[in-house]
Ligand binder design. Structure first.
Ligand SMILES: Nc1ncnc2c1ncn2[C@@H]1O[C@H](COP(=O)(O)OP(=O)(O)OP(=O)(O)O)[C@@H](O)[C@H]1O
Length: 257
């Protein structure tokens, strides 16, 4: 479904190789500045690699036009501009325009928008200007736009960063359900505990390189947590639920470079 071959982007990404299939829920983790957003932008086709290629369904994504990309990949950037001059509904409707060649949304398009607004708890805000929403509500509107898009691949850059705990868990559960339904979902996450709980696969970037790729239990070793994330931490199995959890005891002090 998505194949990354020897991807480079200046010094920010170096020789990234990975392949992803339908039905996968993948957590993209790594410390600040590791290259997660850069990688997601290259995967979404909005950033042209300086080497290698990202193929989506066998085609180099950056070489295809925006409508082709939007039918296949829904991409949530890490930050939205503060001054988007649209109502919440208009903004979510934008997710459907790749399905409406003449720019006129059909009944099915409107139904997809209604559903996305409802699952993101935004029906009461649909006529409000986007700029009048709180940070978390705006983030939910951006996720609603991605969901309305109906693309088989979702690339979400820190989708839960500004959300309350209910929406963090609710959205991760919804994304996992979409993956179980056959989509490919890749999310950049700083919450390693939530990656453990919700992602079946985790890929870890460090200084622009892919340093680990496997189940969260395989990836979050005490050595990787120490060397990459600079914390003293160890995974353990919760005696009640049997789920893998993370016990983090301390940040390892930075040493001057
Ligand atoms: N516009 C830019 N121009 C030059 N360098 C950039 C630019 N944006 C990011 N970088 C650099 O590229 C590297 C990777 O940044 P990126 O935003 O991809 O990291 P990230 O893993 O998403 O970080 P974070 O967790 O802090 O969001 C960093 O060293 C950053 O300083």
């Amino acid at each position: 479904m998505m194949d990354i071959r020897h991807l480079h982007y200046h010094h920010r990404l170096e020789d990234i190789c990975a392949a992803f299939g339908p039905g996968e829920m993948v957590g993209l983790v790594g410390p600040n500045g590791a290259g997660k957003s850069t990688l997601l932008r290259a995967m979404a086709g909005v950033l042209r690699p300086t080497g290698g290629v990202v193929q989506v369904m066998g085609e180099a994504i950056h070489a295809r036009e925006p409508r082709w990309r939007a039918r296949r990949v829904a991409y949530l950037p890490q930050f939205l501009p503060d001054d988007i001059p649209f109502t919440v509904r208009e903004f979510v409707e934008m997710g459907r325009y790749s399905h409406a060649p003449q720019g006129v949304l059909s009944r099915a398009d409107m139904a997809a928008v209604d559903e996305a607004l409802a699952v993101m708890g935004l029906v009461e805000h649909e006529d409000a200007p986007l700029a009048h929403l709180s940070g978390g509500e705006r983030q939910r509107a951006a996720i609603a736009r991605c969901l309305a898009q109906g693309a088989p691949i979702l690339l979400l850059d820190e989708p839960i960063a500004s959300l309350d705990i209910h929406y963090q868990l609710d959205i991760l559960a919804r994304l996992r359900a979409l993956a179980e339904d056959g989509r490919l979902v890749i999310i950049a996450l700083h919450h390693l505990e939530l990656a453990l709980a919700y992602c079946q696969r985790t890929i870890c970037l460090h200084r622009g390189r892919l340093v680990a790729d496997g189940s969260p239990g395989e990836v979050f070793t005490p050595a990787l947590l120490r060397d990459v994330f600079r914390v003293d931490a160890r995974p353990f199995r919760d005696p009640h639920s049997g789920a893998l959890r993370l016990s983090v005891s301390a940040a390892i002090p930075s040493t001057p470079e």
